[in-house]
Design a protein around this ligand. Sequence first.
Ligand code: PHE
Length: 335
Amino acid sequence: MEKKIQNFKDSFNKEIVDFSSWNTLEGIRIRYLGRKGRIADLFKQLSALPPEKRRAPGKSLNELKDYIQSRISQESNRFAVKKEKKLPLDTSLSGIRQHTGKIHPLTKIEDEIKDIFKRMGFAVATGPEVETEYYNFDALNFPKDHPARDMQDTYYISDGVLLRTHTSPVQIRVMESQSPPVRVIIPGRVYRNEAISARSYCLFHQVEGLYVDKGVTFGNLKGTLEAFAQALFGEGVRLRFRPSYFPFTEPSAEVDISCILCQGRGCRVCKRTGWLEILGAGMVDPAVFLAVGYDPEAISGFAFGLGVDRIAMLKLGIDDIRLFFGNDLRFLEQF
Ligand code: PHE
């Protein structure tokens, strides 16, 4: 028995001297100290001896067990230190990806539009998205049963209270709160009861413009919009004014830019016309001035309302408006 114990100690010492990795150290530990290991085996053999013969070998066996335990823990400490010291900086490992937030593409374009008008001296105003029929329609000279109301069907909160269909009601709120001159832009979200498709959604964004002073002309409107379009789309862009109708402007126009994709030659996006509609505009109707208590004989003004979503789709090459509202990171991360 004593001889066996000595043999085990010798073989253990040999193994522990030239173990080379964490794995083999763990292997040694299991082989000697495991539940079915060599030490356990020796204890089993020991218990088979008659009691009076167990004492001496029992003592040596316990000593061997303690010895092996302490040697293994010694080696594992040493190995851990060695491993730490040798661990090289692996620059080929990919880093931990940081998900930082981004500005929404619509917000980006809206900011660009705002910056251009701010440079021209326009202030920024805002108004409520839940609006009264009075501000959304009546004060803007929409007669009660006029078909222009049908073109802007919306969601009613209660009788006379609705989700605004355009940013124009804020024209009224601004003029009610100050006297001329007025020079503001009004960015914001608007709502319409639309059949949802790649081109229209139940909510979208506008930037309204309003300039009221003595002697403001249609020429001022054209010059302002041209300067704006060139700042946003580039020097080469041209504007086209088509006669149109809005109850709150007279005369009124729908304004196109030359197609920024084909430079006006005609392509799929501009439906071969060479032009893209981006806004409605006109000279403020005298009835609107009367509604806010301005004197239409003393002052004049122009107003315009442009579609932010439409412009963002053109500038960023997006072919479905619904992508803006899907909250899909695969889309949003591209901008
Ligand atoms: N409010 C109009 C619309 O939403 C656009 C517009 C604004 C037209 C200002 C003229 C003047 O269609």
